[in-house]
Write a protein that binds this ligand. Sequence first.
Ligand code: BG6
Length: 478
Amino acid sequence: MQHRERKPFPADFLWGAASAAYQVEGAWDADGKGPSVWDIFTREPGRTFQGSNGEVAVDHYHRFEEDVALMAEMGLKAYRFSVSWPRIFPTGRGAPNEAGLAFYERLIDALRAHGIEPVLTLYHWDLPQALQDEYGGWESRRIIADFEHYCVTLFQRFGGKVKWWVSLNEQNYNLTNAYQLGTHPPAVQDRKRFFAANHVAFLANATVIAAFRRHVPDGHIGPSFAYSPAYPASCDPAELLAFENAEEFTNHWWLGTYCFGRYPRGTLAWLRETGEAPEIMPGDEAILRAGTPDFVGINYYQTLTYTTNALDGVTMQRINTTGEKGTTPSSGVPGLYRTLPNPRVETTNWDWAIDPVGLRIGLRRLSSRYALPILITENGLGEFDTLTEDERVHDDYRIDYLRRHIEACRDGISDGVQLLGYCAWSFTDILSWLNGYQKRYGFVYVDRDEHDPRDLRRVRKDSFYWYRRVIASGGVDL
Ligand code: BG6
């Protein structure tokens, strides 16, 4: 579609930036916080890039006022952050830790004092270790009640001040890593257990959305989904079928279940054939149907291109975590699909396709199929950055990436997508779970590396000033 005149961004568009507790807060055991699965996992040798962890991260816990002042200077309209469950419930349940709640209250109040809309993520992967030890975390239905109790505690405490909520962050990506690739805790490689844990997570997600309606009736809630729209490698019908398989299994398996409250039938039939389907108990579908979201949150980084994969073909492979370009292997599910590099698009040093048109395509696919508003909860470029002697970071490559993706948002809006906002990933530099501190995403550079937290000084990158102009002009001055 080529429009003679594109629509502008809406006046109330949420121009934002995002983060997650484990990736920024540090203070891993401060003020009564319990250990999360990531606190424990990162201590095991070989799990993360050069053994990096979030014990200090970028020390946002102690420096949030400075960070919020930078957000205000930038003119941010929204800030997406996550609450660390073990900061609120050190052992996952029981009585809340007031010091943990008070930290988030101070953060929320500081944001609101600057007119910045808080977007609160309930779960961004830092499960209390106690629940993993006690009943296997997401593998047990017992987590549903504990997660609901934790979420309702936050709804009651912050529901009057926070109107935008994200339920689970990237259930698809996190659990794929945790139960298929073995690269996130609890580092299991078992597809049957993967689909079982994933089913429990769906039930937990729907349960808290239903609870949200009772506690925050004027708020909005939805999951954040890691959306990599699928492309066929060619117009060969066999490759188109592989692409359809990938789009169904890697995207609509989750989105369809969230939005319609039932599993896509074809996908479920295939999993029953392979013996990997989750156990769906009486009443489960009613729970799913009662907890559908107000919006679809998407974390968009790249498209993936697919070809056919034989029944004895390649299996899931771990991603590039070093930044050595060209080291990502083909990854897939035998009998369904496998990935290929797309020769038509450039890639980052971590081999992620840079594809703004893919964002527009993805927005349209979801908008047409699910007829819900969409909030971009993450989009950004992870790259090496250089701090110059005169304290600058000339990240023109990041500006270029963001500019082209924001253009794609405007195209999507012109195509009829109801886009609520755009949260760039990330505000400050963060710990990238498996890639350490060298894969940087922020508008604000933080002076530290994998081994040395140094002084954690904040330095505005060129992209900081650029995004400030974008926001001030309502997306006109790109
Ligand atoms: C998403 C996560 O997967 O993408 C973020 O929600 C993460 O937490 C981001 O940092 C970028 O991924 P990575 O692996 O480059 O840090």
